[in-house]
Design a protein around this ligand. Structure first.
Ligand SMILES: *[C@@H]1O[C@H](CO)[C@@H](O)[C@H](O)[C@H]1NC(C)=O
Ligand SMILES: *[C@@H]1O[C@H](CO)[C@@H](O)[C@H](O)[C@H]1NC(C)=O
Ligand SMILES: *[C@@H]1O[C@H](CO)[C@@H](O)[C@H](O)[C@H]1NC(C)=O
Ligand SMILES: *[C@@H]1O[C@H](CO)[C@@H](O)[C@H](O)[C@H]1NC(C)=O
Ligand SMILES: *[C@@H]1O[C@H](CO)[C@@H](O)[C@H](O)[C@H]1NC(C)=O
Ligand SMILES: *[C@@H]1O[C@H](CO)[C@@H](O)[C@H](O)[C@H]1NC(C)=O
Ligand SMILES: *[C@@H]1O[C@H](CO)[C@@H](O)[C@H](O)[C@H]1NC(C)=O
Length: 717
């Protein structure tokens, strides 16, 4: 059908947002209904923007897509490992608020197949991607490949790291940590397995709308550096558009939702030590809870709702804006700094009273808008699906790119907190490893690299640092996936909003665009925009155009694959020691209550109980267990019914590392207004490790609180 109508539908005016140069990963989507059928043969050809007019009655397509959706837990270790995102060495995981999931969406047009995966993790590193493809290849042969699978991380800053093979990123994660990467790889593959198993004929509808009061530009100064003429074309300096895809079976029953929105999942700030999927994860959680009635969050419920990040490089959810934490005054608008304390003292806060409420509010805003758009979605996607991918050695591009190097903004942090490398502050004095690193760090860039990056002053010449492994990837991947008139542009790293807009504009001539945060090992600050020098963006634009053109002209097969990235097997380092044996203080056992619940709570209050506990790392892979239950007593059957597990928004699991293995776990139940009056208890499940006769013994334990009552009002008592 696409193509029969004139070539002028689609492309509702692109309203992109945008900005600064920091990090970006972008996702934007526009509906170019007929583009693919046009076979663009000239870059000059114009697409006339026009709002698509949805037909009131949708006729089922003759050749429906095959659609599969799947979700799998990818929550790794929740204790004693550095969290990934803020690069703050004090932020070491110590608990669990919400679980992390990988969500996969497969679309097959009868000839070609594409897969989009969004996972609640910091980012999809190159290593992670390579590991996933190794497993997919073993299971599926050539069905799921580099070119037809897009993997994207939501960019939550509250997951643990450890899944990187390049030195800079290993340093911020304390190494390459097997238990961390293995669970993520397995979770991603499982989500694809599930989607693969439930492939069935279905339909896809697209809709777009605006989410208000949920993001703002955190680097207005950099944004203002973009030409005025360019800025004038956009209403906002961040992207407010949310794009949703609604997946249904042939009966019209919804089976999934996939959406993109530009916001950093940093509602949870760096003081948070609990693993959390943050605001985008909350939106998925809320949507799935709304659809999967009667299922525990993330468990067997069939509906899959993926909220994926888009061009969020400079988009903050902390919409109350930056204030000086010492004075409460507003920070300097342009340079985000304070009279006392400089940039570090300038911190942005979210809309809620605390970070949990802020996470919920931003997540809820996305959820509500997505639900409305989902309900009213009428614009059906038709036509073939394509995936095009290339590896690119970015130091070798004709657009005069450089070896990667990080400028000073890399260490300067953002108003959302974090971003400082402690080893640059000299506070790890005396540790030979860190001293060695610092020496390397202070090694000067070559004249060649300096000149190439000019005028950006170089802080770390990561492209010239190769010990013990290269600090930064030279090879990145560029990828575009299309479903009918929708294109998803997967960019390697966090581009700024304006960079995202430019890429989109360039590709728009060929296709419609959704740029999805994905694929590379480029981390914070600056990200992809200037990492390979001032011509980084034009090099990317050239590449994406090439991919788009290949799709539009049907020449994907002829695209050179590009140089394979390395898969390092040696010199990966791990600075994390195995946790010590657990010890229960004299006279106690694991699972004993240290601080008991109150006998009575009112809805809205917090029931809390603390146990003698083991290190949660000793539970190993926690995907098939729950650390927590909240249970309600049924008098008629004399039994306990589990009403919450640890994936619930209402529960919080805090682990407190004690001296020499004497640790405690606190479980909180934030009793919702909807809780029923009744009799309850809380349980905690864990494992403790001991050494017996020189061998390690892991033993499970259970802790159970006293029974307590919950009432809607004290009045009744
Ligand atoms: C930020 O700008 C103010 C003036 O607007 C200036 O006084 C201050 O020194 C600047 N701070 C930094 C860190 O650039
Ligand atoms: C983090 O959020 C908490 C509230 O949940 C707040 O007390 C604290 O000041 C915040 N810290 C930073 C650095 O934003
Ligand atoms: C990338 O290209 C540069 C310049 O040609 C070359 O020196 C380098 O070895 C290449 N990197 C990789 C990882 O292939
Ligand atoms: C780099 O440039 C400086 C200043 O121009 C010069 O003194 C130095 O010799 C150059 N180094 C090399 C290795 O060429
Ligand atoms: C969890 O259980 C399922 C089925 O019960 C099994 O297929 C899967 O391998 C288990 N996963 C882990 C991590 O133990
Ligand atoms: C269960 O019901 C019996 C009879 O109504 C009552 O005496 C008892 O207190 C109830 N137990 C609990 C735990 O509520
Ligand atoms: C434990 O190992 C130590 C040192 O290897 C050895 O001396 C000791 O006999 C071992 N004990 C047992 C019970 O095997």
């Amino acid at each position: 059908m696409a193509g029969k109508k004139s070539g002028r539908r689609g492309l509702s005016s692109l309203e992109i947002s945008l900005i600064v140069l920091f990090l970006l990963m972008t996702a934007v989507s526009v509906a170019l209904i007929t583009v693919l059928a046009l076979k663009w043969d000239s870059e000059k050809q114009e697409v006339i923007p026009e709002e698509p007019t949805p037909s009131p009655t949708v006729i089922p397509p003759e050749n429906p897509y095959l659609i599969g959706v799947g979700r799998a837990d990818c929550t790794g270790p929740v204790a004693d490992l550095p969290m990934m995102g803020y690069a703050n060495t004090d932020q070491v995981a110590a608990g669990l608020h919400t679980r992390l999931f990988s969500r996969a969406f497969i679309v097959d047009d009868g000839k070609n197949r594409v897969v989009f995966v969004t996972a609640d993790i910091g980012m999809v590193s190159q290593r992670l991607r390579l590991e996933v493809f190794k497993e997919l290849k073993a299971k599926y042969g050539d069905l799921y490949r580099q070119d037809n699978v897009v993997m994207s991380g939501t960019h939550t800053h509250s997951g643990v790291g450890g899944y990187f093979q390049y030195t800079l990123f290993m340093i911020t994660s304390s190494g390459y940590i097997k238990p961390s990467i293995e669970v993520i790889v397995s979770g991603i593959v499982q989500s694809i397995d599930i989607a693969h198993r439930n492939l069935r004929p279905g339909r896809i509808f697209m809709n777009k709308g605006q989410v208000d009061d949920s993001n703002f530009n955190r680097s207005p100064h950099s944004y203002m550096n973009n030409p005025e003429e360019e800025r004038k074309r956009y209403e906002f300096n961040t992207d407010k558009q949310i794009v949703v895809l609604k997946f249904t079976d042939l009966d019209g029953d919804g089976i999934g939702l996939l959406s993109w929105f530009a916001v950093h999942p940093v509602s949870m700030n760096y003081t948070n030590l609990m693993v959390s999927s943050d605001n985008l994860g909350y939106a998925s959680y809320a949507f799935e809870q709304d659809k999967n009635i009667g299922f525990f969050p993330g468990e067997k419920g069939p509906f899959v709702a993926g909220f994926s990040s888009s061009n969020l490089g400079d988009s903050s959810p902390n919409i109350r804006g930056p204030v000086c934490i010492n004075s409460g005054e507003k920070c300097d608008y342009l340079n985000s700094s304070c009279p006392v304390g400089g940039k570090k003292a300038c911190i942005a806060f979210g809309p809620g009273e605390d970070m949990f409420e802020s996470t919920r509010i931003i997540g809820e805003n996305m959820f509500k808008k997505a639900k409305e758009l989902y309900t009213s979605a009428k614009q059906e996607l038709h036509g073939p699906v394509y995936g095009a991918h290339q590896w690119v050695n970015m130091t070798d591009e004709t657009a005069r790119t450089c070896k990667p190097a990080l400028g000073h903004s890399f260490a300067a942090g953002t108003i959302d907190g974090g971003g400082e490398f402690n080893f640059l502050q000299g506070n790890t004095e005396g540790d030979p490893f860190w001293d060695g690193i610092r020496d390397m760090v202070l090694g000067p860039p070559s004249n060649e690299t300096k000149a190439c990056h000019d005028p950006k002053p170089i802080l770390l010449s990561t492209g010239e640092m190769n010990s013990p492994l290269p600090w930064h990837p030279a090879i990145v991947d560029v990828q575009i996936m299309t479903i009918g008139s929708l294109a998803v542009v997967a960019v390697p790293g966090e581009f700024t909003t304006m960079s995202g807009r430019r890429i989109r504009e360039a590709v728009k001539k060929e296709l419609e665009v959704t740029e999805a945060f994905s694929n590379a090992e480029i981390q914070r600050y600056e990200g992809a925009s200037t990492i390979f020098g001032p011509h980084t963006l034009s090099a990317y634009i050239q590449r994406y155009r090439g991919l788009a053109k290949a799709i539009a002209q049907g020449t994907i097969e002829e695209l050179p694959k590009g140089p394979e990235p390395p898969f390092f097997t040696e010199n990966l380092f791990n600075l994390v020691k195995d946790p010590v044996d657990d010890v229960a203080p004299p006279g106690t056992d694991f699972g004993d209550v240290v601080e008991q619940v109150e006998p009575l709570y009112k809805v809205g209050e917090v029931a809390s109980v603390t146990f003698v506990s083991g290190n949660p790392r000793h539970s190993g892979d926690i995907r098939n267990m729950t650390l927590v239950t909240v249970e309600r007593f049924h008098n008629d059957t004399d039994s306990w019914e589990v009403i919450h597990k640890d994936a619930s928004w209402e529960t919080r699991f805090h682990w407190k590392k004690g001296f020499r293995g004497r640790s405690q776990s606190t479980v909180e139940w934030h009793i919702p207004q909807t809780a029923q009056t009744g009799t309850y208890r809380i349980q905690h499940f864990g494992h403790f490790k001991q050494t017996v006769d020189n061998s390690t013994v892991i033993t499970p334990y259970t802790g159970t609180s006293a029974v307590f009552k919950v009432t809607r009002s004290f009045y009744y008592f």
